[in-house]
Design a protein around this ligand. Structure first.
Ligand code: GDP
Ligand code: MG
Length: 731
């Protein structure tokens, strides 16, 4: 029996230092997070629990039979120079905020032990009221039991480190008009909650006049304390047992002859209902020297023996549980810090909110820089294609450039090889599919550049209507350019000498470049979609807090859209000056191209009249008769000459013009307005934007919800408590 290990003559403070540490933990609220060694007094209603507490602590609990215990009371005594009693209420786990607030307000000033004893009945009355306890069947409202805990802290030079908890007695049948089945269950749950805890010593209180074999409380204790290493049986009311056989039966139990408990039983005599404050514990305990009680070992009878045992048992449990408590505290610290981390940096003050957004915008800026410089190894997000902005835009621009060279004109130029119809299925040669095209792509997946989809980001609308257009459907150039020029020429020729005029060239160029606007807007729309997806995706990756993210997004979105709009407008301007004015260029390639086509035409005419001669000792040469040259050029009609001239000028100019246009669109719109530069939509969420926010906007965008603030405060407080706990246990 473990009881053998307990020395009845030792001081209660077998391990005062350790118990003092446990007490310090309790004082620093550690008990709220980690169970601490303590004693709980359990038993049936009226079995004498409160009376036992009174005997152990000297606190005069009311013994009015009607006033059974309605809530748990935690009595903590500790050794201190000054004698003092403090009273407070710990809210139950399910208390409402309002109720909690009320309970926290209750703090009677510290009292001397004598003052406290005198005031105790009044204090209990106040506590009942504050907890909202319904005392009688005549009371209306309130509940009969409460999960709130009354906390009484006693310090004094002769006090021992002891924490005892008095809980309501378990009962089985509801009292009509007062208690309900729910109350029965609630009390049972409360009692079990305490009994479960491996650091709690269970004092199972049994009246001496009942057969312990029938006591449910022992069965319950066995259930939670399988080894029986923390359950003590305490017999009360031995003075009320009158029959000798009943006394003998009780003694037999204490002697371990019946229903033994590993830690054994004690017999104590408490104050009866009719005994007043003058009740003399010493003389009352005189009964233990009478037959048959005197057959019991002295260390098993009387309150002092029990106190000694409790002190030792508590010290023993504290010692045994110390490593587990340290581990518990460490684990909870780690969990706490993880939870705090997941809440992110605190965003309560204006400064904290600004710093938080600053940090986000810097990260965003870095991501943009890396994306534009193809530094894809610098961040994990670049494993997703949509973040590889430079590459995606380069692919798209490339395709645009190719399209422009091969399809932007309405008519194939003479000598140009038409694109075979069966090879081209989309309006683009880059293999982009989807959208309005509805045609399968001929290019392979490997060549396929980023397909950003169109009007949505991860299923959400981009809200870019009115800024970007639909995917254009670009047709291939047509054949028959000469006939077409001739028709225009006939329709518009003047009375001149037959050579073409600039107005005709202007008209022809305008019609030939008819598709430019649609193609350019399509290309830029697609670029904008890529950028938009990038911005949204980057915010998503960088800011885990949905609310903050949505707030940032909605406050930058308008400006982002304005910048897309500005880029589109600039592109429209570029198209209009390229197409709307008289064809003009300083580029020398124009003349070179033009002269080359004229030369080619003459050479073509003469091709049938050439001779091949190889003079002795020289290499072979092509020889043309000068008369043939004259005939070839003079045989042409004025009309034919004019049309050829128009065609050749148009062709020469078109080449130069498309190159210039595509370059300008890329340089000014894509580079200058969309990707880089101060007016880029990628630069809206920058540090200047954060600086421009006022206190109200900061709170609205980055402020924390009250619940998060509270959660952080609770976690921070818990961390502090646990850190203090680690310090206490290290010493
Ligand atoms: P609880 O409901 O378990 O807290 O029981 P109480 O401590 O309120 O005790 C119920 C009644 O039994 C009270 O009137 C006490 O005075 C009385 N009582 C408790 N212990 C003893 C005892 O050892 N001797 C006598 N005569 N009465 C006792
Ligand atoms: Mg009681």
């Amino acid at each position: 029996m473990a009881s053998k290990k307990l020395d009845p003559h030792a001081s209660l403070l077998t391990n005062p230092e350790l118990l003092s540490k446990i007490d310090q933990l309790r004082e620093n609220n550690v008990g709220q997070h980690v169970p601490l060694p303590q004693l709980v007094v359990v038993g049936d209603q009226s079995s004498g629990k409160s009376s036992l507490l009174e005997s152990l602590t000297g606190i005069p609990f009311p013994r009015n039979l009607e006033l059974c215990t309605r809530y748990a009371t935690q009595i903590t005594s500790r050794r201190d120079r000054d004698a003092k009693v403090d009273v407070s209420i710990i809210p139950g786990p399910n208390a409402s905020d309002q109720h909690k607030g009320q309970l926290r307000k209750y703090h009677p000033p510290g009292m001397s032990p004598d003052e406290f004893r005198a005031k105790f009945p009044q204090i209990l009355e106040e506590v009942n009221k504050i907890m909202g306890i319904r005392m009688n069947t005549s009371d209306t409202g309130g509940s009969v039991f409460s999960e709130d805990v009354l906390k009484i802290e006693i310090s004094g030079p002769t006090e021992d480190y002891l924490t005892l908890i008095d809980v309501p007695g378990i009962f089985r049948t509801p009292t009509e008009g007062l208690t309900t089945k729910q109350d029965v269950a609630l009390v049972r749950r409360m009692v079990q909650g305490y009994m479960k805890d491996s650091r709690t010593v269970i004092l199972a209180v049994l009246p001496s006049n009942v057969d312990p074999a029938t006591q449910e409380i022992l069965t319950m204790a066995e259930e939670y304390d399988k080894q029986g290493e923390r359950t003590l049986g305490v017999f009360t009311k031995p003075d009320l047992v009158t029959e000798n056989s009943a006394k003998l039966a009780a003694c037999n139990v204490v002697l371990g002859k019946k229903r033994p408990l590993a830690l054994g039983y004690y017999v104590v005599r408490n104050r009866g209902p009719d005994e007043n404050d003058e009740f003399d514990k010493g003389s009352a305990e005189g009964m233990f020297s009478e037959n048959p009680w005197n057959s019991l070992p002295k260390d098993r009878v009387g309150i002092r023996a029990l106190r000694t045992c409790l002190g030792q048992l508590l010290g023993h449990i504290a010692q045994r549980e110390l490593p587990a408590m340290r581990k518990d505290i460490r684990m909870q610290l780690a969990q706490c810090s993880q939870e705090l981390n997941s809440l992110g940096a605190p965003r309560q003050s204006e400064n904290e909110q600004r710093a938080y957004l600053f940090s986000l915008s810097r990260q965003f800026h870095d991501l943009v820089q890396n994306a534009l410089e193809t530094q894809y190894n610098r961040h994990a997000v670049f494993s997703q294609q949509k973040f590889r902005l430079a590459t995606n835009v380069a692919n798209l621009t490339n395709a645009f450039n190719n399209d422009f060279a091969t399809k932007s004109h309405m008519y194939y130029f003479e000598g140009e090889k038409p694109i075979p119809k069966n090879k081209v299925v989309g309006e683009k040669t880059d293999g982009q599919s989807g959208g309005k095209l509805g045609n399968p792509s001929t290019t392979t997946a490997a060549q396929k550049p980023y397909d950003g989809g169109w009007h949505d980001v991860d299923g959400q609308s981009l809200f870019l209507d009115g800024i970007i257009g639909e995917k254009p459907c670009i047709e291939l150039p047509k054949l028959g350019i000469i006939n077409w020029i001739q028709k225009l020429h006939v329709e518009s020729r003047g009375l001149g000498l037959g050579t073409f005029d600039n107005a005709l060239i202007s008209n022809v160029f305008r019609e030939q470049s008819e598709k430019w606007n649609a193609m350019t807007m399509g290309f830029l729309s697609e670029t904008i979609v890529m950028i938009h997806r990038f911005i949204y995706g980057a915010l998503f990756e960088l800011c885990a807090n949905t609310r903050v993210r949505e707030n940032i997004w909605s406050s930058i979105a308008d400006e982002v859209r304005n910048r897309y709009n500005a880029a589109m407008e600039h592109a429209a301007f570029l198209v209009s000056i390229e197409r709307g004015q008289n064809p003009y260029t300083l580029n020398h390639y124009f003349n070179e191209n033009l002269q080359k086509s004229r030369g080619d035409r003459i050479a073509e005419l003469l091709e049938g009249n050439v001779r091949y001669e190889t003079p002795y000792g020289k290499t072979a040469m092509v020889v043309v008769n000068l008369e043939d040259v004259r005939a070839a050029t003079s045989n042409k009609s004025n009309m034919q000459q004019s049309i050829e001239d128009v065609h050749d000028s148009l062709c020469a100019f078109y080449k130069v013009s498309t190159k210039r246009f595509v370059d300008t669109v890329y340089q000014q719109v894509v580079q200058g307005l969309l990707l880089t530069g101060p007016k880029s939509p990628l630069a809206v969420f920058d540090q200047d934007w954060v600086l421009s926010l006022g206190a109200g906007e900061l709170e609205m965008i980055a402020g924390e919800l009250v619940a998060v603030k509270e959660q952080r405060t609770v976690l921070q407080k818990k961390m502090k408590d646990l850190e203090v706990a680690m310090q206490i246990l290290k010493k």
